[in-house]
Design a protein around this ligand. Sequence first.
Ligand SMILES: CC(C)(COP(=O)(O)OP(=O)(O)OC[C@H]1O[C@@H](n2cnc3c(N)ncnc32)[C@H](O)[C@@H]1OP(=O)(O)O)[C@@H](O)C(=O)NCCC(=O)NCCS
Length: 148
Amino acid sequence: MATKLTYEFKLKVEVARYHHLDVMGEIAKVSAPKWYKRSYLKTAIRHKRTYVALVGKIPGAFLVWNRDFYGYYFIDLLVVHPELRRKGLARLLIRAMEKRCTGRRLYTSTNRSNKVMQQVMKRMGYKRVGYISNVDRGDPEWIYYKKL
Ligand SMILES: CC(C)(COP(=O)(O)OP(=O)(O)OC[C@H]1O[C@@H](n2cnc3c(N)ncnc32)[C@H](O)[C@@H]1OP(=O)(O)O)[C@@H](O)C(=O)NCCC(=O)NCCS
């Protein structure tokens, strides 16, 4: 799926492949340090559970999903390179994920402190359906859900 934004570059979402791994690692490192684990990304790529948003040919953002949330689809990690934010990359990746889901439920979560991701959720029509305490100290994980 491809889309043309109002700027000069073309965006495209693809299932990530191994040759994207290094750039994904760099994006994760500058954006989500506590999450960055090369082995985690490698496994997700191996199982085809990762989408990349390509800016031209270069990954600018990625999304990792699983089905570990009571068997339902769950967006586990969504990261956009800091210099490419607010250009719709997260929206594009979430939409690709929504299309890929075979079930009618898609879940994700974010910390209470992550106001930006909460805005993304609101914009994409996700409902906050609960929270989990004691994952990050003093910063509960808010659970979001969308009926597809
Ligand atoms: C959260 C994150 C993924 C958003 O990515 P993004 O590509 O910048 O988001 P988008 O451009 O697709 O924004 C979608 C909508 O969310 C809202 N939004 C996004 N960033 C916002 C901001 N800084 N302030 C207010 N609203 C914001 C807007 O409604 C936006 O739509 P609009 O631009 O048409 O108004 C990105 O900031 C990021 O990588 N953060 C660090 C990692 C992280 O926290 N990941 C989420 C938890 S795993």
